[in-house]
Design a protein around this ligand. Sequence first.
Ligand code: NAP
Length: 305
Amino acid sequence: MSKEWTTTNIPYLSGKTIIVTGGNNGLGYESVKAFALKGAKVILACRNLEKGNKAKFDIAKENPAGEIRVMHLDLANLASVNEFAAAFKKEFKGLDVLLNNAGIMATPNFKTADGFEAQFGTNHLGHFALTGLLLEVLKATPGSRVVNVSSLAHKGGKVDFGDLMFANNRKFKPMRAYGQSKLANLLFTYELQRYFEVNNIGSIAVAAHPGGSNTRLAGHLEDGWFITQVSKIARGAMQSAAKGALPQIRASVDPDVKGGEYYGPAGMGELFGYPVLVKSSAASHNVDDAKRLWSVSEKLTGVSY
Ligand SMILES: NC(=O)c1ccc[n+]([C@@H]2O[C@H](COP(=O)([O-])OP(=O)(O)OC[C@H]3O[C@@H](n4cnc5c(N)ncnc54)[C@H](OP(=O)(O)O)[C@@H]3O)[C@@H](O)[C@H]2O)c1
C-alpha cells in the first residue's frame, strides 16, 4: 500500500451506515461514492431529490457493493432537519458516521427559513441541530463518528457573539460570513469531542478540510465577466473533487483516527495533496467561545444535547 492515504486505504464498510449531507455534488458526492463502493449503506441527504437521485444513478453505474438511499434534508430549514432526523430514526437504529459536509460559500446576505444568516444557519446551525437530533442513534452505535467539514477560510473567521447574524452593526461581507461559519464548524467539533468524553460516550468528533477543490462551491463568487474568468482559471488549477474529498473520507473511516483530530491536504499551504493531520487556528481551540457557541446554538435551534 502506498504511503499516501487514498481510497485504497478505506476498510471494507459492509454493515456500516453513513449519512453524508450535501451528498449530491462535489465533495459530498465523492464521499458517498467512496463509501458505497466499499460496501456501506449510505444515506445521501440533499435538499433537491431530483439531484440526489441523479447522483445515485451515476454512482450505480460503478456497481457499488453498498446501497445508497436518497433522503430529503434542507439544512436551511429546521423543520426539514427535524423531519429528516425523525424519518432516519424511524428506520435506522444505528449510525456509524455522520458526515456534515453540505455547505454554501460567499452567498449574498439572505436568511434561512428560521431567520438565520444563511451561511451560519446552513453550515453551522443546521448541522448542530442535525447532530443533536441524531445523538441517540450515534450513542447506540459503538465507535460512531461525527465529521464536520471546515475550511482554510476558518483562519480568517471571527465568531461575533454580539452580531452572529450580521443584523446589528457588523457590515456583511460574503467571505466574512463564510469564515465565521467555518470557524464555528471547528469550535463545534472540539466541544462535541469534550461532550463525548465528559459523558463517557464512545463516539468521537473529528474535522476535515479539502484545501482548494474544484467544485461548484464558488459559484456565488462568479458574478460578472472578470470574476468568472479569474475563477475559471483558479478552479482549473485546483485539485479534483475526488482528491479534495480524501481528508473527510479519511476522517470518517480510517480506524486510526482519534477524537478531536483535524485532517487536511499535505501539500503547500494545505491547498492540495493527500490527507494528513493538520492544525487549526488558535481561535478554533478557544474553549470559552466553544461553550458559548454551543449554548447559543442550543437556544437558536431549540435542540438540546
Ligand atoms: N471546494 C472547496 O475548495 C472547499 C474548500 C473548503 C471547504 N469546503 C467545504 O466543503 C463542503 C462541500 O462543499 P463542495 O466544495 O463540495 O461544494 P458544492 O459542490 O457546492 O456542494 C455543496 C453541497 O451542499 C449542499 N447544500 C447547500 N445548501 C444546502 C442546504 N441548505 N441543505 C442541504 N444541502 C445543502 C449542495 O446542494 P445543492 O446541489 O442542492 O446546492 C451540495 O450538495 C462545504 O462544507 C464547504 O464549505 C470546500
